[in-house]
Ligand binder design. Structure first.
Ligand code: 8ID
Ligand code: ZN
Ligand code: ZN
Length: 350
């Protein structure tokens, strides 16, 4: 780790959707007056990064693009207007990398819904490079003793799953189903749920993910690849359906099933965003159940500080494996095959 700023660095760059992801030398970016320059030591790989590379969503990315938005590292330079960070501070780079701060949503602290948001690894080059710029207001302050590889996944997967649980507005002792529980967001949602006193039913596929979810405190696991009538099974285990569902799978079918098994008065929280997906459900059933369907997008600065606090207190951790930045294409391949148990974290020096 060095506080001197080189002129060039290594980055993973692609030019077009599904185009080759090239690990190459690029220029180190210069921070704007309101930005910090972070020497990113580690970056988690979120499924959103895979959606970005595939061009899955209507919202388009900048091109060429350096993806990544779970970056943890050290501030090595800052713009002239930045007073909240000093050189040498630890900082985290999140999905939201700046918002207008004056619209009606920003005024309420709902900055992720700002129509003028800037997104790391999407509309702004992200953390799949050694040095990345970040808005000083939105960058997370991290303490000096934190393990940067372990904290990286908290910056998106942790914040997002924690915020989704807050959005579900459940009480201790109630059941929450986490659909997609063995992945990056899901494995953290299980632990935040347990830490909040909820009874967690985890849904995913395969014995490795079952073992992980149980080890993280899930009371029950339903394997969607083996269960004949998933809706019935979830309702049987939870004695009438979970009070809330956190949808972090990348499956339209799983999301639609959640409206069927949720308990009357229950809350279905939408987080995962499979390409071209529609939520279709029977109106009569939802009316009679008085259920609620709520979207949840990352979290604001307060959610970030709270989600990090659970991590610092040892209540949640991301089950992660570290590989070099140059291995990003291999990580994407495993992710597309749903073979990742937990999270991959990239070491940007390799
Ligand atoms: O702010 C947001 N809303 C936000 C923030 C971050 C990520 C949304 N996301 C979105 C991503 O863009 C992606 O669409 O959440 C989704 C999950 O991200 P992730 O946790 O990073 O993905 P992952 O690690 O690949 O985990 C997905 C899990 O879903 C399981 C897979 O087996 C995997 O473990 N899964 C699938 I695909 N189909 C399933 C099914 N039918 C399923 N689990 C249960 N039932
Ligand atoms: Zn993410
Ligand atoms: Zn705004």
């Amino acid at each position: 780790m060095s506080l001197t700023v080189p002129k060039t660095q290594y980055a993973c760059v692609f030019d077009k959707p599904f185009g080759p992801i090239v690990y190459k030398k690029t220029a180190v970016p210069t921070p704007k007056p309101t930005e910090i320059l972070v020497h990113v030591l580690y970056s988690g790989v979120c499924h959103t990064d895979l959606h970005a590379w595939r061009g899955d969503w209507e919202l388009k990315t900048k091109l060429p693009l350096v993806g990544g938005h779970e970056g943890a590292g050290v501030v090595v330079a800052k713009g002239s207007q930045v007073t909240s960070f000093e050189i040498g501070d630890y900082a985290g780079i999140k999905w939201l990398n700046g918002s207008c701060m004056s619209c009606e949503y920003c005024m309420q602290g709902a900055e992720p819904t700002c129509p003028d948001g800037d997104y790391s690894g999407y509309t702004h080059d992200g953390t799949f490079q050694e040095y990345a710029t970040a808005d000083a207001v939105q960058a997370a302050h991290l303490p000096k003793d934190v393990k940067l590889d372990a904290v990286a996944p908290i910056l998106c997967a942790g914040v997002t799953s924690y915020k989704a649980l807050k959005t579900a507005d459940l009480r201790a002792g109630q059941w929450v189903a986490v659909s997609g529980a063995g992945g990056g967001l899901g494995s953290l949602a299980v632990q935040y749920g347990v830490a909040m006193g909820l009874r967690v039913l985890a849904i995913d596929g395969g014995d490795d993910k079952a073992a992980l979810c149980k080890s993280l405190g899930a009371e029950a696991f339903v394997d969607f690849t083996k269960t004949k009538d998933l809706v019935k099974e979830v309702q049987r285990i939870t004695n009438g359906g979970p009070h809330g569902v956190i949808n972090v799978s990348v499956s339209e079918k799983a999301i639609n099933q959640s409206t069927l098994y949720v308990r009357p008065l229950g809350k279905v929280v939408l987080v995962g965003m499979p390409a071209d997906s529609k939520l279709t459900c029977d109106v009569l059933t939802q009316v009679f159940k008085c259920s609620q369907i709520r979207g949840s997008c990352v979290g604001n600065r307060e959610d970030t500080a709270e989600a990090l606090d659970f991590f610092y207190r040892g209540l949640v951790h991301s089950p992660f494996e570290v590989v070099g930045l140059s291995k990003l294409p291999e990580v994407f391949k495993l992710m597309a095959e749903n073979k990742i148990v937990g999270r991959y974290v990239l070491d940007t020096s390799k």
